[in-house]
Design a protein around this ligand. Structure first.
Ligand SMILES: Cc1cc2nc3c(=O)[nH]c(=O)nc-3n(C[C@H](O)[C@H](O)[C@H](O)COP(=O)(O)OP(=O)(O)OC[C@H]3O[C@@H](n4cnc5c(N)ncnc54)[C@H](O)[C@@H]3O)c2cc1C
Ligand SMILES: *[C@@H]1O[C@H](CO)[C@@H](O)[C@H](O)[C@H]1NC(C)=O
Ligand SMILES: *[C@@H]1O[C@H](CO)[C@@H](O)[C@H](O)[C@H]1NC(C)=O
Ligand SMILES: CC(=O)N[C@H]1CO[C@H](CO)[C@@H](O)[C@@H]1O
Length: 408
């Protein structure tokens, strides 16, 4: 059997593209199937903590080209006055964890991952992208996929990266147990020039993630991205406020709707809201961990495997790690060590406990900012998720342990 696999990836979000890059770097032939064609791509900021950023570097992704803002601190503001209540400096972050704490605009990093996956440059055969291919059925044991346009595909390995509303889970026999969260979220962005004209330039210059509220449902999380040209805000509010039922990443809202949601808020933040350029509503869901992630030749990855709340800023980072794990496990020459089936078993063992722990911590952080990694105090409850655990994680050492345990 040749060492390179035919890989089919379902979904060209950040997770699917990362998997494509990680696997082509190991010499595999990857085709990515995406239901849409990326016209009018949307999104706000995403932060990639150290180990996520490390993978981007390993894969040769043009991180600088994705125009990151390197985060320097976390700042907590008083909800009503905006006064700074607490600051957590990330000064020694790179020395401690090996890479910068990069904050990206989703569209910028998506663009760079598209290049890394499908252009010739870099190691391994360039991946193939097939847009307007919506997967409507899969046989995970046979390794076949059927698309809405009538085409079919067969692969040695199927990576299902089709997001929080994944159909692949169903094809793999998983019925997700989930409910609507009591929280919803507005995402909005505003340009740096506009902020300067409103006398809000500190919101860019701080190079920080800044919080208002966070003890209870209401919370504003603001951070700069795109080389400091854009500031992005996540504004969490009680779902009962407007009973949003609709799903999707592109449900528009007006500045008035946004500002009316937070009557008692800091006037400066309200000024930002009234001038925001792009506002979207986001229905949040709480998913219980799934019983398994792997069946036959298929595995789940990213939000399809472990949807979480945005409150730990780990959604994309965990997708990068999942992809990194596939690259380590299906390294060049892996078939001298184990089969694809065994490799997928290792993938689930490696990824599911860690992603599940971060998923559950993301739910706790939803209404308790003290549970957010980075905010540590001497009174923390034992077992609380910490920035050291998340950012100091050594996947290769963990994988080695699993391999040794499996062979003894
Ligand atoms: C348009 C968009 C905007 C987003 N904006 C934000 C944001 O502002 N902030 C934030 O925190 N997170 C955002 N996210 C989510 C964030 O990208 C993910 O949480 C994280 O990066 C993990 O990504 P993923 O690849 O697992 O899932 P996703 O990013 O959701 O990607 C899934 C991909 O699969 C495709 N797909 C779905 N079903 C099928 C199918 N049946 N066949 C083929 N393709 C399929 C989707 O079109 C999508 O491209 C956004 C996601 C999307 C798709
Ligand atoms: C999102 O909505 C805007 C208008 O509100 C539209 O111009 C854009 O094409 C939409 N994007 C997608 C991906 O549907
Ligand atoms: C919030 O989290 C902190 C840190 O883990 C914990 O000590 C505290 O008890 C939590 N508060 C509530 C109300 O649960
Ligand atoms: C995959 C990877 O690069 N992991 C690194 C995560 O961070 C720790 C601590 O800096 C490193 O030891 C790992 O190598």
């Amino acid at each position: 059997m040749p060492d390179c696999l035919q890989v089919a990836v379902i979904g060209a979000g950040l997770g699917g593209l990362s998997a494509a890059v990680a696997l082509r770097r190991q010499g595999h032939h990857v085709t990515v199937y995406e239901r849409y064609d990326f016209a009018g791509e949307v999104g706000a900021s995403l932060s990639a903590a150290s180990n996520g950023s490390r993978f981007l570097e390993q894969w040769g992704v043009d991180v600088k080209g994705a125009k990151p803002v390197i985060l320097k601190k976390l700042i907590m503001h008083d909800w009503e006055t905006g006064a700074v209540k607490n600051t957590y400096g990330l000064g020694d972050y790179k020395a401690k964890f090996g890479t910068d704490y990069n904050n990206f605009h989703r569209i910028d990093i998506h663009k760079q991952l598209l290049k890394s996956a499908f252009e010739e440059a870099g190691g391994g055969p360039a991946g193939v992208l097939k847009v307007n291919h919506k997967a409507i059925d899969m046989d995970p044991v046979a390794g076949t996929i059927r698309f809405e346009n009538g085409e079919t595909a067969t692969a040695d390995l199927i990576v299902a990266a089709d997001g929080i509303r994944s159909l692949s889970r169903g094809f793999m026999g998983i019925a997700p147990d989930f409910k609507m969260s009591t929280s919803c979220c507005y995402r909005c962005i505003i340009g740096a020039d506009k902020l300067r004209s409103l006398d809000l330039s500190d919101y860019i210059d701080n190079e920080a993630i800044e919080y208002w509220g966070g003890f209870g449902i209401e919370k504003i999380v603001m951070s700069p991205c795109s080389n400091g040209e854009v500031v992005s805000c996540y504004c969490f509010y009680p779902a009962s406020h407007n009973n949003l039922r609709e799903d999707g990443w592109n449900i528009s809202a007006t500045p008035q709707q946004l500002v009316e949601t937070f009557p008692g808020l800091d006037a400066r933040m309200k000024t930002l809201m009234l001038n925001a350029e792009d506002i979207k509503m986001w229905r949040l869901y709480v998913h219980q961990p799934y019983p398994y992630w792997v069946k036959g030749k298929a595995c789940l990855l990213g939000d399809a495997a472990h949807p979480m709340m945005p409150d730990q800023s780990q959604g994309s980072c965990m997708a990068f790690e999942d992809a990194g794990a596939l690259g380590y496990i299906f390294h060049k020459g892996f078939q001298k060590q184990y089969s694809v089936a065994k490799g997928l078993e290792l993938y689930e063992k490696l990824r599911k406990p860690r992603a599940t722990r971060i998923q559950s911590a993301s739910y706790r952080a939803r209404e308790n900012l003290s549970e957010r990694i980075g905010w540590s105090s001497s009174t923390d409850r034992p077992g609380k998720l910490t920035i050291e655990e998340v950012c100091g994680y050594d996947m290769q050492a963990h994988l080695k342990e699993l391999l040794e345990a499996g062979s003894s």
